[in-house]
Write a protein that binds this ligand. Structure first.
Ligand code: SF4
Length: 473
């Protein structure tokens, strides 16, 4: 059986269950204001550009079909990719899990003699905890995406796939820059243009003096061995072209068969994520080219639980994800709690179905319940991942994995028994009515059922039941 992601390394498991973390996040009014403003703005922008395309639904169906095809023949496509990258002068490394991937990258950087790397935003490297592994080997990783830089300087954690510092407003960012950015102007204001200029000055110097870069990849084309990174700031283009050595860490599900397939995703991704018609920077490279760009290119193919996800016929659709974050922006739960409450580097609806599968559902057992099952994520997803179906599937898996009965399973079994026996059911209805008449109209249930009513009002039983009404007629 394929292994899940190992414990003790990386950022797929939180320190506490979702309900406890969410309760604390909900008490932060500033966080809710920041999130509400940012998600509403992105949603409106995205909706407008999606509305321009008459064939959006056909594109979604095509994206979903391409991903299903990729997963059906993943080993073959990965071997094709390896052969093409190698033929183009690159080196391919296979990493079974986070520990192995961190070791491979650390060894590669150490072999260059550099004690610093520049990074373009990469969820895979956050997933495996690469920055911590590099730091343990005496290597500093500098994030170059503006939002990632804010998170890194603030010694914080990302809270959104696309906008990792979505929980910060500009006053907070100014304070972080003044505190932690080397050489920053003490007269810095919180004007967005001024903050961006300060980050640009700091990063330009870092780009020009660092010989090794680490990137993720949005896609890899098996037929030619071409890697693709899309971004909005140009920092990725700098990372991918200036250094002498480029190391790319990519989840194995990111491969697509051909350039024709890539075309579909390059239309879907920008409209669903940033609300743009096309990505401002789409960088593509194939191996190494003498006299142009990095002299050495390494591709690390990361499993870290993905084979286990692939082995689940229902669950595997989570691997279709292109990390656009549209499901986060429409989710009523994410919009109020933000990303930190999910504990994993993958927040929101996709995190609630991907993280428990990568780690094994027991290590993230509360996440499949972090949803109202409203279905907004399914409607928004550009590759049609049926997230509500996955949530229910994982809840069932979690319940099945319980060795001893839970309060919920006992209550459900009791309810099933009562509903199966008409006399008992009528007696239960009378008891409920009596409790109502006796004035016990509390909004909650007594223990052990009180957990159900922590976030819900208990409906009052009607004055007259359907059975009474029917009987009288
Ligand atoms: S699940 Fe769908 S909507 Fe959510 S991030 Fe992935 S591709 Fe985007």
């Amino acid at each position: 059986m394929p292994a899940t992601a190992p414990r003790g390394v990386g950022h797929l498991r939180g320190d506490e269950p979702f309900p406890a973390a969410a309760r604390r996040a909900l008490a932060d009014a500033q966080l809710r204001r920041n999130l509400g403003h940012a998600t509403t703005t992105i949603r409106a922008k995205s909706g407008a550009v999606i509305g321009e395309l008459p064939d959006w639904e056909q594109l979604r169906a095509a994206g979903s079909a391409v991903k299903a095809d990729v997963l059906a023949r993943l080993p073959e496509l990965l071997e094709q990719l390896e052969a093409a990258v190698t033929a183009a002068g690159g080196s391919v490394h296979w990493a079974a899990d986070a520990v192995e991937a961190n070791r491979i990258v650390t060894d590669l950087v150490a072999a260059t003699g550099s004690d610093r790397v520049i990074k373009v935003k990469s969820m895979a490297t956050q997933e495996i905890g690469l920055n911590e592994a590099l730091a343990a080997a005496g290597i500093t990783a500098v994030e170059t995406d503006l939002a990632e830089l804010i998170v890194q300087l603030g010694e914080d954690r990302p809270s959104h796939i696309l906008v990792p510092a979505i929980h910060r407003n500009r006053a907070e960012i100014r304070e972080i820059f003044l505190r932690a950015m080397p050489g920053v102007d003490p007269a810095l204001t919180d004007e967005p243009a001024v903050l961006a200029a300060a980050a640009r000055r700091y990063l330009r110097q870092t780009f020009l003096t660092t010989p090794v870069a680490v990137s993720g990849a949005n896609f890899a084309v098996a037929e030619t061995g071409t890697l693709a990174v899309v971004e909005s700031e140009g920092n990725g283009r700098m990372c991918l072209t200036l250094p002498e050595t480029l190391i790319t860490v990519m989840g194995i599900e990111k491969v697509v068969p051909t350039w024709r397939d890539l075309e579909v995703f390059l239309q879907l991704l920008p409209r669903a994520s940033t609300g743009e018609r096309m990505n401002p920077y789409t960088s593509m490279w194939t191996g190494v080219t003498p006299g142009d760009g990095p002299r050495a290119f390494h591709l690390v193919l990361l499993d870290n639980g993905r084979s286990a996800v692939l082995a689940d016929e229902v669950g595997r659709q989570a691997l279709h994800c292109i990390r656009c974050s549209a499901c986060l922006n429409v989710c009523p739960v994410y919009q109020r709690t933000g990303g930190h409450a999910y504990g994993s580097v993958y927040p929101g609806p996709i995190g609630a179905v991907l993280s428990p599968q990568l780690t094994g559902v027991e290590d993230n057992a509360s996440l499949p319940y972090a949803s109202s099952l409203c279905g907004a994520c399914y409607d928004a997803c550009p590759v049609k991942i049926n997230i509500p179906e996955l949530l229910v599937h994982l809840r069932a898996e979690h319940v099945a994995a319980q060795r001893r009965p839970t309060a919920e399973s006992v209550a459900m079994a009791a309810a099933a028994y009562v509903m199966d026996h008409p006399a008992l059911y009528a007696a239960a209805q009378r008891a409920a009515r009596l409790a109502r008449l006796a004035g016990r109209r509390g909004r909650g249930l007594p223990p052990p059922l009180s957990g159900w009513t922590i976030g819900r009002d208990l409906p009052e039983p009607p004055a007259r039941s359907f059975r009474d009404w029917w009987g009288q007629r």
